[in-house]
Design a binder for this molecule. Structure first.
Ligand code: NIG
Ligand code: FE
Length: 387
Protein backbone atom coordinates (compact mmCIF):
# COMPACT_ATOMS: atom_id res chain seq x y z
CA UNK A 1 0.00 0.00 0.00
CA UNK A 2 1.40 3.42 -0.97
CA UNK A 3 1.03 6.48 1.27
CA UNK A 4 1.20 10.14 0.25
CA UNK A 5 2.64 12.36 3.00
CA UNK A 6 1.59 15.93 2.42
CA UNK A 7 1.28 19.24 4.29
CA UNK A 8 5.08 19.38 4.69
CA UNK A 9 6.10 23.03 5.09
CA UNK A 10 9.80 22.12 4.98
CA UNK A 11 11.22 18.76 3.98
CA UNK A 12 14.85 17.95 4.82
CA UNK A 13 16.05 15.26 2.39
CA UNK A 14 19.88 15.45 2.80
CA UNK A 15 19.86 14.90 -0.97
CA UNK A 16 21.71 17.75 -2.72
CA UNK A 17 19.97 16.89 -6.02
CA UNK A 18 16.66 17.97 -4.44
CA UNK A 19 17.71 21.25 -2.78
CA UNK A 20 20.73 23.22 -1.57
CA UNK A 21 23.45 21.25 0.29
CA UNK A 22 23.81 20.01 2.92
CA UNK A 23 20.13 19.52 3.81
CA UNK A 24 18.50 19.34 0.37
CA UNK A 25 15.43 21.21 1.57
CA UNK A 26 12.18 21.15 -0.43
CA UNK A 27 9.46 23.55 0.76
CA UNK A 28 5.72 22.80 0.42
CA UNK A 29 6.76 19.24 -0.23
CA UNK A 30 5.22 15.80 -0.44
CA UNK A 31 6.55 12.24 -0.34
CA UNK A 32 5.14 8.96 -1.51
CA UNK A 33 6.12 5.93 0.57
CA UNK A 34 5.70 2.44 -0.80
CA UNK A 35 6.68 -0.87 0.73
CA UNK A 36 8.80 0.80 3.40
CA UNK A 37 10.75 2.95 0.95
CA UNK A 38 10.56 6.49 -0.43
CA UNK A 39 9.02 6.12 -3.91
CA UNK A 40 8.64 9.79 -4.85
CA UNK A 41 9.67 13.15 -3.38
CA UNK A 42 9.14 16.70 -4.60
CA UNK A 43 6.89 19.78 -4.49
CA UNK A 44 3.37 18.92 -3.28
CA UNK A 45 1.85 20.45 -6.40
CA UNK A 46 3.33 17.67 -8.53
CA UNK A 47 2.63 14.73 -6.22
CA UNK A 48 1.22 11.54 -7.73
CA UNK A 49 -1.76 9.68 -6.30
CA UNK A 50 -1.37 7.04 -3.59
CA UNK A 51 -3.59 4.56 -1.74
CA UNK A 52 -3.55 6.48 1.54
CA UNK A 53 -2.72 9.97 2.69
CA UNK A 54 -1.18 11.54 5.80
CA UNK A 55 -1.36 15.34 6.17
CA UNK A 56 1.25 16.62 8.65
CA UNK A 57 -0.43 20.03 8.81
CA UNK A 58 2.31 22.47 7.84
CA UNK A 59 5.08 20.91 9.92
CA UNK A 60 8.70 20.15 9.06
CA UNK A 61 9.70 16.59 8.15
CA UNK A 62 13.26 15.31 8.50
CA UNK A 63 14.98 11.94 8.04
CA UNK A 64 14.65 9.87 11.21
CA UNK A 65 17.69 10.35 13.45
CA UNK A 66 20.52 7.82 13.11
CA UNK A 67 21.90 7.37 16.63
CA UNK A 68 25.18 5.63 15.83
CA UNK A 69 26.44 5.17 19.42
CA UNK A 70 24.44 3.79 22.36
CA UNK A 71 24.79 1.29 25.20
CA UNK A 72 21.25 0.10 25.96
CA UNK A 73 21.61 -3.40 27.44
CA UNK A 74 22.19 -2.92 31.16
CA UNK A 75 20.66 -3.04 34.61
CA UNK A 76 21.10 -0.83 37.65
CA UNK A 77 21.15 2.90 38.33
CA UNK A 78 24.03 5.38 38.57
CA UNK A 79 22.18 8.59 39.31
CA UNK A 80 24.28 9.02 42.48
CA UNK A 81 27.45 8.95 40.34
CA UNK A 82 25.94 11.70 38.16
CA UNK A 83 25.19 13.79 41.25
CA UNK A 84 28.75 13.34 42.48
CA UNK A 85 30.10 14.50 39.11
CA UNK A 86 27.93 17.58 39.20
CA UNK A 87 29.65 18.53 42.45
CA UNK A 88 33.13 18.01 41.02
CA UNK A 89 34.05 14.31 40.86
CA UNK A 90 35.77 13.48 37.55
CA UNK A 91 34.53 10.74 35.19
CA UNK A 92 37.12 7.96 34.64
CA UNK A 93 35.04 4.94 33.65
CA UNK A 94 35.34 3.36 37.10
CA UNK A 95 31.58 3.41 37.60
CA UNK A 96 31.11 0.97 34.72
CA UNK A 97 31.92 -1.84 37.19
CA UNK A 98 28.69 -1.28 39.10
CA UNK A 99 26.64 -1.58 35.90
CA UNK A 100 28.53 -4.76 35.03
CA UNK A 101 27.65 -6.29 38.42
CA UNK A 102 23.97 -5.36 38.07
CA UNK A 103 23.79 -6.57 34.46
CA UNK A 104 25.32 -9.96 35.26
CA UNK A 105 22.70 -10.40 37.99
CA UNK A 106 19.75 -9.46 35.77
CA UNK A 107 17.54 -11.95 33.91
CA UNK A 108 17.20 -11.88 30.13
CA UNK A 109 13.63 -10.70 30.57
CA UNK A 110 14.63 -7.78 32.78
CA UNK A 111 17.38 -6.70 30.36
CA UNK A 112 15.03 -7.09 27.39
CA UNK A 113 12.30 -5.02 29.03
CA UNK A 114 14.72 -2.17 29.81
CA UNK A 115 16.22 -2.32 26.33
CA UNK A 116 12.84 -2.22 24.62
CA UNK A 117 11.70 0.68 26.78
CA UNK A 118 14.77 2.69 25.79
CA UNK A 119 14.40 1.89 22.08
CA UNK A 120 10.73 2.94 22.26
CA UNK A 121 11.77 6.13 24.07
CA UNK A 122 14.20 6.88 21.24
CA UNK A 123 11.66 6.11 18.53
CA UNK A 124 9.16 8.40 20.25
CA UNK A 125 11.73 11.19 19.86
CA UNK A 126 12.45 10.66 16.16
CA UNK A 127 15.26 8.09 16.21
CA UNK A 128 14.68 5.36 13.61
CA UNK A 129 18.12 3.71 13.50
CA UNK A 130 20.19 2.91 16.59
CA UNK A 131 23.51 1.18 17.14
CA UNK A 132 23.73 -0.82 20.37
CA UNK A 133 26.92 -2.03 22.06
CA UNK A 134 27.60 -4.82 24.50
CA UNK A 135 30.10 -4.06 27.25
CA UNK A 136 28.28 -4.52 30.55
CA UNK A 137 28.58 -8.32 30.62
CA UNK A 138 32.34 -8.86 30.25
CA UNK A 139 32.11 -12.65 30.48
CA UNK A 140 31.78 -14.88 27.42
CA UNK A 141 28.17 -15.74 28.23
CA UNK A 142 27.08 -12.27 29.36
CA UNK A 143 28.57 -10.53 26.33
CA UNK A 144 26.96 -13.07 23.97
CA UNK A 145 23.53 -12.74 25.60
CA UNK A 146 23.83 -8.95 25.52
CA UNK A 147 24.41 -9.07 21.77
CA UNK A 148 21.62 -11.59 21.21
CA UNK A 149 19.24 -9.21 22.99
CA UNK A 150 20.52 -6.18 21.06
CA UNK A 151 20.11 -8.06 17.77
CA UNK A 152 16.40 -8.47 18.56
CA UNK A 153 15.97 -4.70 18.11
CA UNK A 154 18.67 -3.55 15.64
CA UNK A 155 21.02 -4.90 12.97
CA UNK A 156 23.67 -2.42 14.21
CA UNK A 157 25.15 -4.47 17.05
CA UNK A 158 28.64 -3.86 18.39
CA UNK A 159 30.86 -6.19 20.39
CA UNK A 160 32.47 -4.12 23.18
CA UNK A 161 33.94 -6.86 25.38
CA UNK A 162 36.91 -4.48 25.71
CA UNK A 163 34.89 -1.81 27.51
CA UNK A 164 36.84 -2.05 30.77
CA UNK A 165 38.93 -4.70 32.51
CA UNK A 166 36.43 -6.44 34.84
CA UNK A 167 37.15 -6.73 38.57
CA UNK A 168 38.14 -10.41 38.42
CA UNK A 169 40.94 -9.53 35.94
CA UNK A 170 42.24 -6.48 37.82
CA UNK A 171 46.02 -6.22 37.30
CA UNK A 172 45.80 -8.84 34.52
CA UNK A 173 44.59 -6.71 31.60
CA UNK A 174 46.57 -8.67 29.01
CA UNK A 175 44.94 -11.91 30.14
CA UNK A 176 41.57 -10.25 29.78
CA UNK A 177 42.48 -9.06 26.26
CA UNK A 178 43.34 -12.68 25.42
CA UNK A 179 39.84 -13.71 26.58
CA UNK A 180 38.22 -10.90 24.57
CA UNK A 181 40.15 -11.69 21.38
CA UNK A 182 39.70 -15.46 21.80
CA UNK A 183 36.67 -17.26 23.22
CA UNK A 184 34.59 -14.11 23.83
CA UNK A 185 34.99 -12.90 20.25
CA UNK A 186 34.13 -16.36 18.91
CA UNK A 187 30.92 -16.43 20.95
CA UNK A 188 29.97 -12.85 20.07
CA UNK A 189 30.94 -12.41 16.42
CA UNK A 190 27.87 -14.27 15.09
CA UNK A 191 25.63 -11.68 16.79
CA UNK A 192 27.65 -8.54 16.00
CA UNK A 193 28.27 -6.34 12.97
CA UNK A 194 30.94 -4.20 14.62
CA UNK A 195 33.84 -4.45 17.09
CA UNK A 196 34.76 -1.58 19.41
CA UNK A 197 37.23 -0.87 22.23
CA UNK A 198 37.49 1.81 24.93
CA UNK A 199 41.00 3.00 24.00
CA UNK A 200 42.02 5.28 26.86
CA UNK A 201 45.45 5.02 28.45
CA UNK A 202 44.48 7.84 30.83
CA UNK A 203 41.89 5.59 32.51
CA UNK A 204 43.00 2.87 34.93
CA UNK A 205 40.04 0.81 33.70
CA UNK A 206 40.28 0.97 29.90
CA UNK A 207 42.81 -0.17 27.27
CA UNK A 208 46.08 1.23 25.94
CA UNK A 209 47.08 1.50 22.30
CA UNK A 210 48.64 -1.97 21.99
CA UNK A 211 45.74 -3.69 23.72
CA UNK A 212 43.26 -1.74 21.60
CA UNK A 213 45.08 -2.69 18.41
CA UNK A 214 44.95 -6.36 19.41
CA UNK A 215 41.19 -6.15 20.05
CA UNK A 216 40.45 -4.35 16.78
CA UNK A 217 42.67 -6.58 14.63
CA UNK A 218 41.05 -9.70 16.11
CA UNK A 219 37.60 -8.25 15.50
CA UNK A 220 38.46 -7.48 11.92
CA UNK A 221 39.89 -10.97 11.39
CA UNK A 222 36.57 -12.36 12.68
CA UNK A 223 34.74 -10.42 9.96
CA UNK A 224 33.56 -7.46 12.04
CA UNK A 225 33.87 -3.85 10.95
CA UNK A 226 35.42 -1.42 13.40
CA UNK A 227 34.53 1.58 15.53
CA UNK A 228 36.54 2.99 18.44
CA UNK A 229 35.93 4.88 21.70
CA UNK A 230 38.79 7.30 21.05
CA UNK A 231 40.31 10.30 22.80
CA UNK A 232 37.48 10.79 25.30
CA UNK A 233 39.55 11.66 28.37
CA UNK A 234 42.95 12.41 26.82
CA UNK A 235 44.73 12.79 23.48
CA UNK A 236 45.63 9.09 23.36
CA UNK A 237 46.32 6.79 20.41
CA UNK A 238 42.66 5.93 19.67
CA UNK A 239 41.89 8.28 16.80
CA UNK A 240 45.01 7.47 14.79
CA UNK A 241 44.51 3.76 15.42
CA UNK A 242 40.93 4.03 14.18
CA UNK A 243 42.03 5.76 10.98
CA UNK A 244 44.94 3.38 10.41
CA UNK A 245 42.71 0.31 10.75
CA UNK A 246 39.97 1.78 8.56
CA UNK A 247 37.36 2.06 11.32
CA UNK A 248 34.03 3.49 10.23
CA UNK A 249 34.00 5.89 13.16
CA UNK A 250 36.16 7.36 15.92
CA UNK A 251 33.78 8.26 18.74
CA UNK A 252 34.15 11.05 21.34
CA UNK A 253 37.15 12.88 19.73
CA UNK A 254 37.14 15.23 22.72
CA UNK A 255 40.92 15.67 22.98
CA UNK A 256 42.61 15.92 19.58
CA UNK A 257 46.16 16.78 18.52
CA UNK A 258 46.99 18.31 15.14
CA UNK A 259 48.20 14.86 14.06
CA UNK A 260 44.80 13.37 14.97
CA UNK A 261 42.99 15.97 12.88
CA UNK A 262 45.41 15.44 9.99
CA UNK A 263 44.85 11.68 10.17
CA UNK A 264 41.06 12.06 10.15
CA UNK A 265 41.26 14.50 7.23
CA UNK A 266 43.39 12.09 5.20
CA UNK A 267 41.38 8.98 6.06
CA UNK A 268 37.82 7.75 5.69
CA UNK A 269 36.85 7.56 9.37
CA UNK A 270 33.89 9.64 10.56
CA UNK A 271 34.38 11.70 13.74
CA UNK A 272 31.40 11.00 15.99
CA UNK A 273 30.81 13.64 18.65
CA UNK A 274 28.80 12.85 21.77
CA UNK A 275 28.19 16.22 23.44
CA UNK A 276 25.71 14.73 25.91
CA UNK A 277 28.75 13.12 27.55
CA UNK A 278 30.51 16.44 28.08
CA UNK A 279 27.25 17.86 29.42
CA UNK A 280 26.76 14.95 31.83
CA UNK A 281 30.38 14.73 32.95
CA UNK A 282 30.92 18.50 33.17
CA UNK A 283 33.80 18.32 30.70
CA UNK A 284 35.00 20.60 27.90
CA UNK A 285 33.23 19.99 24.60
CA UNK A 286 35.01 18.68 21.47
CA UNK A 287 36.13 21.26 18.92
CA UNK A 288 33.58 20.57 16.20
CA UNK A 289 34.55 23.64 14.19
CA UNK A 290 38.14 22.43 13.89
CA UNK A 291 36.92 19.12 12.45
CA UNK A 292 34.47 20.78 10.07
CA UNK A 293 37.12 23.26 8.91
CA UNK A 294 39.34 20.30 8.01
CA UNK A 295 36.53 18.78 5.91
CA UNK A 296 36.10 15.78 8.23
CA UNK A 297 32.63 14.19 8.24
CA UNK A 298 31.08 14.65 11.67
CA UNK A 299 28.32 12.53 13.22
CA UNK A 300 26.33 13.32 16.35
CA UNK A 301 25.04 10.57 18.64
CA UNK A 302 23.68 10.27 22.16
CA UNK A 303 26.03 7.65 23.71
CA UNK A 304 22.93 6.78 25.77
CA UNK A 305 24.29 4.76 28.72
CA UNK A 306 23.75 4.67 32.49
CA UNK A 307 27.11 6.30 33.30
CA UNK A 308 28.61 9.04 31.19
CA UNK A 309 25.36 10.22 29.57
CA UNK A 310 21.84 8.95 30.12
CA UNK A 311 19.95 10.86 27.44
CA UNK A 312 18.08 9.19 24.57
CA UNK A 313 17.32 12.52 22.88
CA UNK A 314 19.04 13.32 19.62
CA UNK A 315 17.28 16.69 19.65
CA UNK A 316 19.02 17.50 22.93
CA UNK A 317 22.37 16.59 21.36
CA UNK A 318 21.58 18.88 18.41
CA UNK A 319 20.82 21.70 20.83
CA UNK A 320 24.15 21.11 22.61
CA UNK A 321 26.00 20.96 19.28
CA UNK A 322 24.57 24.32 18.26
CA UNK A 323 24.86 26.08 21.63
CA UNK A 324 28.08 24.58 22.97
CA UNK A 325 30.03 23.48 19.88
CA UNK A 326 28.96 26.28 17.55
CA UNK A 327 27.68 24.02 14.81
CA UNK A 328 24.96 25.59 12.70
CA UNK A 329 21.50 24.04 13.01
CA UNK A 330 21.95 22.68 9.48
CA UNK A 331 25.32 21.09 10.28
CA UNK A 332 23.97 19.59 13.47
CA UNK A 333 20.89 18.09 11.81
CA UNK A 334 22.99 16.68 8.96
CA UNK A 335 25.37 15.12 11.50
CA UNK A 336 22.48 13.58 13.47
CA UNK A 337 21.04 11.97 10.32
CA UNK A 338 23.34 11.61 7.29
CA UNK A 339 26.44 11.80 9.52
CA UNK A 340 25.16 8.95 11.69
CA UNK A 341 24.41 6.93 8.55
CA UNK A 342 27.98 7.51 7.32
CA UNK A 343 29.31 6.41 10.71
CA UNK A 344 27.38 3.16 10.24
CA UNK A 345 28.26 2.92 6.54
CA UNK A 346 24.57 2.93 5.66
CA UNK A 347 23.25 4.52 2.47
CA UNK A 348 19.58 3.60 3.00
CA UNK A 349 18.98 5.80 6.07
CA UNK A 350 19.77 9.39 7.07
CA UNK A 351 18.31 10.75 3.84
CA UNK A 352 14.92 10.94 2.15
CA UNK A 353 15.66 10.56 -1.56
CA UNK A 354 13.95 7.95 -3.73
CA UNK A 355 14.95 4.47 -2.64
CA UNK A 356 15.79 5.42 0.95
CA UNK A 357 14.01 3.73 3.83
CA UNK A 358 10.72 5.43 4.71
CA UNK A 359 12.11 6.59 8.08
CA UNK A 360 10.54 9.98 8.69
CA UNK A 361 10.40 12.22 11.74
CA UNK A 362 7.96 15.10 12.12
CA UNK A 363 8.95 18.32 13.87
CA UNK A 364 6.01 20.09 15.49
CA UNK A 365 7.16 23.41 14.01
CA UNK A 366 7.50 24.94 10.55
CA UNK A 367 11.29 24.48 10.43
CA UNK A 368 13.97 22.03 11.61
CA UNK A 369 15.66 25.04 13.28
CA UNK A 370 13.24 24.63 16.18
CA UNK A 371 15.16 21.49 17.23
CA UNK A 372 17.88 23.70 18.76
CA UNK A 373 15.71 26.77 19.25
CA UNK A 374 13.34 24.90 21.62
CA UNK A 375 15.73 22.86 23.78
CA UNK A 376 14.17 20.26 26.03
CA UNK A 377 10.74 20.54 24.40
CA UNK A 378 9.47 17.26 22.90
CA UNK A 379 8.68 18.58 19.41
CA UNK A 380 10.04 15.72 17.29
CA UNK A 381 8.55 12.24 16.85
CA UNK A 382 8.83 9.35 14.42
CA UNK A 383 6.07 9.30 11.79
CA UNK A 384 4.40 5.91 12.08
CA UNK A 385 3.15 4.94 8.62
CA UNK A 386 0.42 2.26 8.56
CA UNK A 387 0.81 -0.71 6.20
O1 NIG B 1 31.01 5.99 25.77
N1 NIG B 1 33.76 5.61 27.57
C1 NIG B 1 33.35 4.49 27.77
N2 NIG B 1 32.10 4.04 27.70
C2 NIG B 1 30.90 4.82 27.79
C3 NIG B 1 30.46 5.06 29.18
C4 NIG B 1 29.99 3.87 29.85
C5 NIG B 1 29.59 4.10 31.30
O2 NIG B 1 30.05 5.02 31.98
O3 NIG B 1 28.80 3.24 31.75
C6 NIG B 1 31.02 6.09 26.99
O4 NIG B 1 31.10 7.20 27.53
FE1 FE C 1 30.11 4.91 24.47
Amino acid sequence: MSTLVTGIAELVTNDPSLGPAPLGIVTDAALVLDDGLVAWVGPAAGAPRADARIDVGGRAVIPGFVDSHAHLVFAGDRSAEFEARMSGVAYDGGGIASTVAATRDASDDALRARLRRLVAEMRGQGTTTVEIKSGYGLTVDDEARTLRLAAEVTPETTFLGAHVVPAEYRGRADEYVALVTGPMLSACAPHARWADVFCEPASAHAFDGDQSRAVLEAGRAAGLDLRVHANQLSAGPGVQLAVELGAASADHCTHLTDADVDALAAGSTVATLLPGVEFSTRSPYPDARRLLAAGIPVALATDCNPGSCFTSSMAFCIALAVREMRMTSAEALWSATAGGAAALRRTDVGRLGVGARADLAVVDAPSYRHLAYRPGVPIVRTLEVPG
